[in-house]
Design a protein around this ligand. Structure first.
Ligand SMILES: *Cc1c(COP(=O)(O)O)cnc(C)c1O
Length: 401
């Protein structure tokens, strides 16, 4: 390779990616209110956002951001320098209250929160146990912390407990609360019990549960009736059901104080813009008070599942707004995604390496911003375009890890 330019080295790698049907490119979509997006001048209905409560374009949230932005956008520095303002402090208090925990600490993104927490809590001599289907940011945190990383088969409590038999330093068990590509909820009570027996500490990434599950949208941990002692580390993101941007970790006073001292992705980065914090606080208020958003979402999920069931489409075992339809082959998933786009619906095809090989899928996500007509329209389009799926992919779906 010496002597060849970087571009010459990358070209065959890109070509290989294309050949495998795994090439990805962002598309420019302008949001047109609710679940509508404009793509190449055409208005379509999106079934792929994480805006589960339909808050992303809420005027009260935009107004809160705009009011704060009148005093400036930049935070000017990291939290520990001069970047931590009254909006950040107020949001941290509101977040702790929302999820029913002692304290919360803001991070710029969920990716950074996961990296920061795992690297602060685990290092050489420690062990991190992770579900195979965990989000990339949890996995990266585990790999980069220089502790020993063990991935256990999806939701396999027996394998986890066996792997934890070995005595070592600190043992952190990290799991998605709601799995981002499958939509199933982790067996949190059972995971907490394994941790209690084996001296482990449970961390839950609730990017897809916060706002959607639990009393007042308090998340999957509260939905499972678990407290701060049983699940010491709770991570939530603000860019999904809360319709804004950013993330936080919530837990005990000592945990938060420790993260302030040791989480490098908290310490060595600029604090988020105050208008974002103001927006997120407005979103929390709406998410808690407007129970109708969760009720409507639940009705839409039930309508989609029963309609898709009648069509014989291979659904996964999910009661959450994430409703994957397993296709199997990556090219076929891409072709179906294009077919549905022809019908006016944006549905993303999810392929390896995001999901295991042979489990490429249409990842359909529902939102309180959808109407019943939107759901019926998508089902009609799938009835026309996804013929044969019910027979072809049953095996791929059922062998999904
Ligand atoms: C989206 C997501 C993240 C990352 O959060 P960002 O704020 O978008 O960086 C982390 N974990 C899970 C499970 C996610 O779905």
């Amino acid at each position: 390779m010496s002597g060849s330019s970087l571009d010459d080295q990358l070209a065959p790698l890109l070509a290989e990616r294309r050949r495998q049907g795994l090439y990805r490119s962002p598309r420019v979509m302008s949001r047109r209110g609710g679940a509508r997006v404009a793509l190449d001048g055409r208005v379509c209905t999106a079934f792929c956002s994480n805006d589960y409560l339909g808050l992303a374009d809420h005027p009260a949230i935009a107004a809160a951001a705009a009011r704060s932005a009148e005093r400036g956008v930049g935070s000017s520095a990291a939290h520990l320098i001069t970047g931590h303002g009254p909006e950040h402090a107020a949001l941290e208090e509101a977040l702790a209250d929302f999820v029913g925990r002692s304290r919360a600490l803001l991070f710029s993104t969920g990716y950074m929160a996961n990296m920061g927490v795992i690297n602060a809590l685990c290092g050489p001599g420690d062990m991190v146990f992770e579900d195979r289907l965990n989000h990339a940011s949890l996995l990266d945190g585990g790999w980069l912390c220089r502790g020993e990383m063990v991935r256990y088969p999806h939701n396999d409590l027996v394998a986890l407990e066996a792997a934890m038999a070995q005595q070592t330093g600190r043992r952190l068990v990290a799991t998605d609360g709601v799995f981002s590509m499958d939509g199933d909820v982790a067996p949190l009570a059972e995971l907490a019990a394994v941790c209690a027996r084996r001296g482990g500490h449970l961390m839950v990434d609730d990017a897809h549960g916060l706002g959607v599950l639990g009393p007042g949208g308090a998340g999957s941990v509260r939905a499972a009736g678990l407290d701060e002692r049983q699940v010491p580390v709770y991570m939530g993101t603000l860019g999904k059901a809360l319709g804004t941007f950013g993330a936080f970790v919530a837990g005990s006073e000592p945990l938060i104080e420790f993260l302030i001292q040791r989480a490098r992705t908290y310490i060595y980065t600029t604090a988020p813009p105050p208008p974002l914090a103001a927006a997120a606080r407005a979103a929390l208020r709406l998410a808690r008070e407007e129970e109708w958003r969760r009720e409507r979402l639940a009705r839409l999920i039930a309508r989609f599942r029963s309609g898709a069931g009648e069509l014989g489409l291979p659904l996964m075992d999910s009661d959450t707004p994430i409703q994957p339809v397993i296709v199997g082959d990556a090219d076929r998933a891409m072709a179906l995604s294009r077919d549905l786009l022809d019908e006016g619906f944006v549905v993303t095809a999810i392929r390896p390496p995001t999901v295991p090989a042979g489990t490429s899928r249409l990842r359909i996500t529902l939102s309180a911003a959808h109407s019943e007509e939107d759901i019926d329209g998508l089902l009609d389009a799938m009835a026309r375009r996804c013929r044969g799926l019910e027979n072809d992919v049953v095996t791929a779906g059922s062998s999904c890890p």
